[in-house]
Design a protein around this ligand. Structure first.
Ligand code: 5RP
Length: 229
């Protein structure tokens, strides 16, 4: 763990958590940066802030409960005021993202889509010129016929792909009971085109390209926090 990077993650996370206002329904992201945001929200709740959270993963639900955040569901709240989440890559300009290396991309995308405002919190390692230049694009697929779905993804230009494994060396199972295929496309010139190609494959549940969804990206570095809008 790089302590300096952790400090930057925490800085962005706390800034975003401080954007939350009384009475809001808030989307709670997944990952190490989002965890700092959940912890800060817990501190503010202890000081009297009243909010409801919709978590993007079972892991975030557990952390939110520990932090004292009351949880709600889409059955009770169809729209969120604000969603706050980390990202694996962020592209300036269109504010495009790669997300899902933590395995929560489907719920993260549903929550981001339902939020009036989607704030992304990252450290200085995450900005890229082209999505896909540093990370694989995670694609959640249903287990049935995944080998065939993987062939279709290769035809979309994935140079290599592999099923995500968990720490114990078993196939990773998402909170939705699916598999994740990590697809290496290299730097992606036309993310919209690739996203629509992947969307059209039967067997794909969702992919980690979050295009034109973010309202704001907070990038924390040694120089302070840059706010991309
Ligand atoms: C989980 C995600 C995370 O937000 C992303 O992987 C960033 O994680 P971290 O803040 O730990 O770097 O998309 O599915």
């Amino acid at each position: 763990m790089d302590i300096v990077v952790e400090v930057h993650k925490k800085t962005a996370a706390r800034l975003a958590a401080d954007m939350v206002q009384n009475g809001m329904v808030v989307g709670l992201g997944t990952g190490s940066t989002a965890t700092y945001m959940i912890e800060r929200l817990g501190e503010r709740i202890a000081e009297g802030l009243e909010v409801l959270g919709i978590p993007t993963s079972e892991d975030s639900a557990r952390k939110a409960r520990q932090a004292g955040i009351q949880l709600t569901t889409f059955a009770a709240h169809r729209h969120l005021d604000l969603a706050i989440d980390g990202a694996d890559e962020v592209q300036r300009g269109p504010l495009n993202l790669v997300k899902g290396l933590g395995g929560a991309l489907v719920r993260e995308k549903i929550v981001a889509q339902a939020a009036r405002k989607f704030v992304v919190i990252v450290d200085g390692n995450k900005p890229v010129d082209h999505l896909g230049q540093r990370t694989a694009i995670p694609v959640e697929v249903i287990p049935f016929g995944w080998e065939s779905t993987a062939d279709q993804l290769s035809q979309c230009g994935a140079k290599s792909l592999h099923p995500r494994m968990d720490r114990a060396g078993h196939l990773f199972v998402s909170d939705n009971g699916n598999m994740i295929l990590d697809c290496n496309f290299g730097p992606i010139e036309k993310p919209d085109f690739l996203a629509s190609q992947i969307d059209s494959i039967v067997g794909v549940v969702e992919h980690g390209l979050f295009l034109n969804m973010a309202s704001e990206v907070l990038v924390a570095t040694e120089q302070g926090v840059e706010r991309w809008e």
